[in-house]
Design a protein around this ligand. Sequence first.
Ligand SMILES: Cc1cc2nc3c(=O)[nH]c(=O)nc-3n(C[C@H](O)[C@H](O)[C@H](O)COP(=O)(O)OP(=O)(O)OC[C@H]3O[C@@H](n4cnc5c(N)ncnc54)[C@H](O)[C@@H]3O)c2cc1C
Length: 430
Amino acid sequence: MTETSAVAEAEQVLAEVTGSSEAPESGPKFTLELNQDQKDIKEWVHGFAEGVVRPAAEEWDEREETPWPVIQEAAKIGLYGFEALGQFWADDTGLTLPIANEELFWGDAGIGMAIMGSSLAVAAIFGQGTPEQMGEWIPQCFGTAADVKLGAFCASEPDAGSDVSAIRTTAKYDEARDEWVINGQKAWATNGGIANVHVVIASVDRELGSRGHAAFVIPPGTKGCEQGAKVKKHGLRASHTADIHLDDCRVPGSCLLGGKEKLDERLARVREGKKSKSQAAMQTFEASRPTVGAQALGIARAAYEYSLEYAKERRQFGKAIIENQSIAFALADMKLEIDAARLLVWRAAWMGRSGQRFENAEGSMSKLKAGEVAVWATERAIQILGGNGYTREFPVERMHRDAKIYTIFEGTSEIQRLVISRAISGVHVK
Ligand SMILES: Cc1cc2nc3c(=O)[nH]c(=O)nc-3n(C[C@H](O)[C@H](O)[C@H](O)COP(=O)(O)OP(=O)(O)OC[C@H]3O[C@@H](n4cnc5c(N)ncnc54)[C@H](O)[C@@H]3O)c2cc1C
């Protein structure tokens, strides 16, 4: 398997577990003028980020633990749960989802991911499951405000990161018992081991590469599904990340997302050599990337705002440090880059929701730009704060650590560049 075909296959399998790229034939015109619903949701999420998330950020980063009480607070106001995700998604301009993510992650990215991490599993069930499976498992990814639960999406493995086609976890069907037997190891699963519901990607036919992959729900308390090592991370430390071991993990036949008939039909098509859905897969992926970009934007904006205020107050050589061009220009560039990244994020979000074709991998552009801006802007913020910026007494140090993951997960910056360069050139760039 070459790395380039691996990328295409990785995109296909993830698209298959996150659903089809079918989009409405026409959608609303793009406008930067937010409607009242969008403004209300922005204000609502911002209020929670400012009043609840921010004050808790340092504590949970230091504790490196899942902030259950904060998730519970989010559930109480309806921000954690399928209704909220549904409400964000219902906006046919596509902008509400990135707006809500930017505001939440402006509060704190570690806690933001603790709240949003379940949505990966939910997206897989929503995109791939039957209506019965959605009804059964999605509520169990969230629990209730009194008893919150989490979901985890487990695709990556120790030897299968960017190259998802290299997945070794297998699922074998035991016809006599109508059960699937899953064996393998998953790596870096957000909420892995502490989730109520795990969605696991496994191979049902290794010879077919990623086209032989399928998604399975592992119900709560299933034997043979155990948490491995909890990962100690550079950033996003309030979000739990761990390995998952699957040892003869038996799940009912009904846990195969989409059902066996659909899987058998798909496998038969692939074995007959029928055309793959890679173009549709690309479109699906492109549509989900702006949401991740919006999270990075939230971090970048928080660092920019903090360093702007600091630069106005901090005095050296008898004047505020912002009176020095080098500091003021750095802040001007930060504002410029953040706004430019947001325009890319909003454009891609609108394109994805309104069914525009991503001719130039605009979704990848948005995630790539926002992730790199977040890393760069948070580093600049540390520089503006000087020694204080380097300490844990000031939040920009945490923001910089949190930002770095946005050039790595959900497709590294290199993989995004690969996707963009292929889209603009038509050449199978390697
Ligand atoms: C905090 C955190 C949370 C995560 N959460 C989840 C989760 O919930 N579920 C899940 O399934 N996974 C999750 N992941 C895994 C994440 O998706 C992978 O880390 C990511 O896909 C990169 O894979 P890798 O780490 O194996 O890097 P590799 O694929 O080994 O890449 C290493 C380097 O090589 C480069 N590279 C690889 N291939 C190419 C190529 N073809 N061309 C150019 N450069 C290339 C990469 O860009 C990178 O710089 C998480 C990871 C982290 C750190």
